[in-house]
Design a protein around this ligand. Sequence first.
Ligand code: GLY
Length: 371
Amino acid sequence: MAITPDVLVIGGGVVGLAIALELRLRGASVTVLSRNFAQAASHAAAGMLAPQAEKLPPGAMRELCLLSRSLYPAWTQKLEALTGLPTGYWECGILAPVYEPEPEEKTPIAQATIPTPYTQHPTPSFWLDHTEIHQHQPGLSEAVIGGWWYPDDAQVDNRSLAKALWAAVQDVGVNLREGIAVETLLQQDKQVSGVETLRETLQAGHYVLATGAWSQALLPIPVTPKKGQMLSVRVPVEGDLPLQTVLFGSEIYIVPRRDGRMVIGATSEDVSFTPDNTPEGVQALLERAIRLYPGLRHVPIKDCWWGFRPATPDELPLLGASPYANLTLATGHYRNGILLTPVTAQLIANLVWHQQVDPLLDAFHWSRFRA
Ligand code: GLY
């Protein structure tokens, strides 16, 4: 007879796995149903931890993102200690070069000293003029006239992170079931009464929906796929890497990894779940990347891939309560899924297991989309 876990997490991307880990560490018995680990948006991402470079406006989302970034060092250390696997967390900073003047934004002092209520420390940003930015980062296009330097933005190797989380949940005793797609959420009296897969019906005390771009197949919530195409190149690793910081251009980002790979992304396309890289997509990425960092024109291309960001109409995630008393939402992270993973896991595990409702969750309540 199947054991009924305290919590069933639907979705085996980094968000689902991280929630499962936190719940298990708090004492819950947890099952994760993963439809296809390799297809999760977690693998497609670039791993930028970029609340500042993404220029999120002041408000709950920016707070959530800054808080999550501040959790990253201890959280990745915990994962690495649990599993012995690297996560590729790297406090490399993010440089945001521009081709046009941005007069209204040249207020680095104002931006540099605002402590946020959640992180309690300043989030520095510095405007670099033409001379300073080219000294700071040799090899940029001469068309770059200046840019912002965000020393606290960082990166993680999202594929290494996903592998570490995959191992961590198994190490702590989460029942991780790969290749199991949930077909239907069974509902009765405002409760989820079970989930149907092709082969069986599963039940749990509580359910967490972490199915990213595929969420709408299970629940009428406005989460739609926004396709991103990406590619990687490789530079020689002898000597110093030519790029030791993320470049976040207005139309392209280039994320150097310590092993010499550079991840280049990403398109943003409303094409539903249409798969594959396209010549137009790859051409746009290459042209923009070469324009920003011309030395790339001669390095070998290693790989191309694509993924589906889970987008909501206001581009904010759906976190916390759902229309069903025993179903919690953790989806719709759009461009910031990797960044928001540790804070999502912490807030959702505390909500599900300790019934702690963090006020930060208010802005991400599903009812904002209620007709
Ligand atoms: N986080 C960057 C992107 O979604 O392309």
